[in-house]
Design a binder for this molecule. Sequence first.
Ligand code: AMP
Ligand code: GLY
Length: 468
Amino acid sequence: MNLRLLVFRKYSIKPRQLLCPAKFTMISPMNILVIGGGGREHAIIKKLKESPQVKQVYALPGNGGIAQDAVCLPGKPADGKAALSYAREYGIDFAVVSPDDPLVCGVADTLRESGIPAFGPSAKAAAIEGSKVFSKDLMKRYGIPTAEYAVFDDSAQAIAAMEARNRYPAVIKADGLALGKGVIIVQTKSEARRAIQYLMEEKAFGQSGSRVVIEEFLTGPEVTVMAFTDSRTIVPLISSMDHKRAFDNNQGPNTGGMGVIAPNPHYTPAIAAECMERIFRPTVEAMNREGRPFKGCLYFGLMLTDKGPKVIEYNCRFGDPEAQAVLPLLQTELLTIMQAVEAERLADLAVQFRGGASACVILASGGYPGDYKTGLAIAGLPDKDEAERLEQSGVSVFHAGTAVQDNSMVTAGGRVLGITAVANDLPQALRRAYEEAAKIRFAGMHYRRDIGKNNPLPGCTSQFNAAP
Ligand code: AMP
Ligand code: GLY
């Protein structure tokens, strides 16, 4: 059977005619603007550059390592005006708005409204990540499986509800964006009170904590599935497993993610089919019905509970570090897919992945996810020739928090580098990623040694010490 039709039949939301074959191949070379400056954006840029159509990539703001692959432009990712003025100045033909902040602020809308095609959802659609209350209510309205929850905009009422509830662990989530730190798992009444005060009264994450969601604690393996969607068709990428806790054996505070394996061994074809039926398709349809069609990469954070897969969270973008492990497995040109999403012609593409497995190990600054130093010299990075040789053998060194100072690479963030290896199977991928990780050093560097090992299920120990 024609693969194109297979994709079309399996995942289409609204059948559409395939009368006019897509013409994604543009003759003229393209200037691309990628908004963001982390490991995920480095992975996106490297992947985009595989397309012969790409003439030059610009990054706003990029980082020290991205500067080797793109022209880095100073500014803030959420500054739509800056993005637009750079787009005009550099003749940008296509933009990729990657992180949550600019998406929720409407940077993709600003660019599109000014005639610059962009990959990334509108602000209206990005609310699926920007407001947990919106996403929980959406799931409730459309019968999409998720944890039971209640919403509070008053801390005294939230505390009273937790006292009355008396069932632990429980999960307390800030409504808005909170740098990935707005989810607190509490084990006792006093922890619950403290967490509510921290989010709602002390406003640890500003207005993000004005409302909270209090959620039933779920257990089971976690799976990330990112999917391209143009609001008509859904194309899931290879599944993955993030490792959120800072230290081995899932100890310590939650981080943005300390490592990834792909595919996720828990995600069987039967579970994938169930997720498509009960979660992915209903979510995209729900967003259409709400008048918020989602076009971009929709991230499903899932938990495989004994009552079936449930949604833990949605993100309106690629996961970081998940993108660093999953994009290297993509065989179809990323630019072609992104253009197809933007043109709502994803059904016309057969998106393909290579077999095998991928592993990504994050090298983090000492102290991360708490306070850490920056400006520390990084030793052992591959030079240009070595980096090319490594890439040919399936290993990529993605820069997340780096900067160039006096001609040398220094640390500039909590997560500094992501070392990804693609191989024929997971043990080989892990071995290669750890081999390369061991060559790199900076003062205070730490990384988990148990990525892809049989970790205990996440979320079973208290993490409230993450919040001072
Ligand atoms: P998030 O920032 O929403 O990805 O949440 C961070 C982590 O908190 C998730 O990866 C889960 O491990 C955990 N978590 C979030 N919601 C729940 C829940 N309802 N039950 C159990 N664990 C959860
Ligand atoms: N790694 C989880 C996230 O990107 O939100």
